[in-house]
Design a protein around this ligand. Structure first.
Ligand SMILES: Nc1ncnc2c1ncn2[C@@H]1O[C@H](COP(=O)(O)OP(=O)(O)OP(=O)(O)O)[C@@H](O)[C@H]1O
Ligand SMILES: [Mg+2]
Length: 356
């Protein structure tokens, strides 16, 4: 634990209270010395005098919070009761608590103990979250190859003309189920990779008009099967943007597949590309159930399964849009939804226009 105070007497008083309670204590008599000490050894907690000549406690705290290595260390300010008006600033720069002079030993110890416990709890939570993500990544990854085996072999069996209609139908179902599962596993892997900061982008000049046309064609059979019509209002000339071509396909596929999934039969889906002065905009508009303001708030969160339910027995994990949002933002774009309950929904993705 690091104690910082320009008055040696205070250092002694606080140091004694803490040492007697069994804590290891390092003293520092100025802000500069404190920052130096922190660099040598990261303390579990810092007790920091607010008023000091040269560099005051607020500035020391600000610098600690500005660096990733020291940001997590809880800072408790030591203040005189007439310095109360500075305390608000103390919290603003990131302190967790304060103790007033003259020190009341049980109070000082109680606050120190609480913040050490909180720090350890936070640390433990971070570790558990990392472990959970790692586990999820491994599980999802290892499920991929057996699933691909099921997909591949069922495709081979389907080619057998002597199979008979009834059996062919069953194998077809096996194939569809495996394909759906592979897609879910891929979504989990993507979400995981993004969460762990491992998404790698290969940015390249990409023609969005081309992407939009391809994505629309991929989804047309599924829409037709639900008696829906996809209407593409594309640009005739190429619309180049700087994005990862595979990722942008995934983004738009998610939006178009949602429109197909949540619209009832017989409706239109409009897919538009628009050039604005500073940006390029893709819109996917449907005539489905739309979203309430309440649902719109949760829309881009993880595992958001909201009021609208699939209209053709499709599967919903609630991961698609959370992945879309992270992917779009990683490519310097924006995505949002405009909708009124009962009046369809429009999903809009915007990328900065490429400067030629
Ligand atoms: N076009 C839409 N119209 C109405 N509701 C929608 C639309 N798109 C998404 N939603 C609602 O938002 C929720 C979240 O969508 P999201 O794409 O994230 O997940 P999902 O479609 O449920 O599953 P998946 O992970 O397979 O994409 C959906 O469950 C649905 O209730
Ligand atoms: Mg979806």
């Amino acid at each position: 634990m690091l104690i910082v105070d320009d008055i040696t007497k205070n250092l002694q008083v606080v140091g004694t209270i803490l040492r007697q309670a069994g804590y290891a204590v390092t003293p520092a008599t100025s802000g500069a010395e404190a920052l130096e000490g922190v660099r040598e050894q990261l303390p579990d907690l810092i007790l920091l005098d607010l008023m000091m000549p040269e560099m005051d406690g607020l500035e020391v705290c600000r610098r600690l919070k500005a660096e990733a290595a020291t940001r997590q260390i809880p800072v408790i300010f030591l203040t005189a009761s007439n310095e109360m008006e500075h305390l608000v600033r103390g919290f603003e720069v990131g302190a967790v608590d304060y103790v007033t002079k003259p020190f009341n030993p049980p109070e000082l110890l109680a606050r120190v103990r609480t913040h050490l416990e909180l720090k350890h709890a936070r640390q433990r939570l971070r570790e558990m979250n990392d472990e959970k993500n790692e586990f999820m990544g491994i599980a999802a990854h290892d499920l991929r190859s057996p699933l691909n085996a099921v997909k591949g072999y069922s495709e081979m069996v389907l080619e057998d003309t002597a199979l008979g209609a009834e059996n062919a139908e069953l194998v077809h179902k096996i194939h569809e189920a495996a394909a759906r599962m592979a897609e879910m596993v891929q979504n989990l892997l993507d979400a995981n990779r993004i969460e762990r900061g491992e998404m790698k982008l290969n940015l390249a000049v990409t023609d969005l008009a081309d992407v939009l046309a391809a994505v629309t064609e991929t989804h047309r059979p599924r829409a037709t099967a639900k008696q829906q019509t996809i209407r593409l209002e594309n640009e005739s000339a190429p619309v180049p943007v700087m994005v990862d071509p595979t990722v942008v396909v995934q983004v738009l596929e998610n939006l178009v597949s949602n429109a197909v999934k949540y619209s009832p039969p017989g409706k239109n889906i409009f897919v538009r590309l628009k050039k604005l002065p500073q940006a390029v905009r893709c819109e996917v508009q449907d005539e489905g159930p739309g979203l309430s303001a309440e649902d719109q708030k949760k829309l881009f969160g993880k595992f958001a399964r909201l009021s609208a339910k699939p209209t053709g027995g499709e599967h919903a994990t609630g991961l698609g849009l959370s992945i879309v949002k992270k992917m779009v933002e990683a490519m310097s774009g924006k995505v949002w939804c405009e909708s009124e309950l009962g009046c369809g929904a429009t999903f809009i993705v915007e990328f900065p226009a490429r400067v030629m």
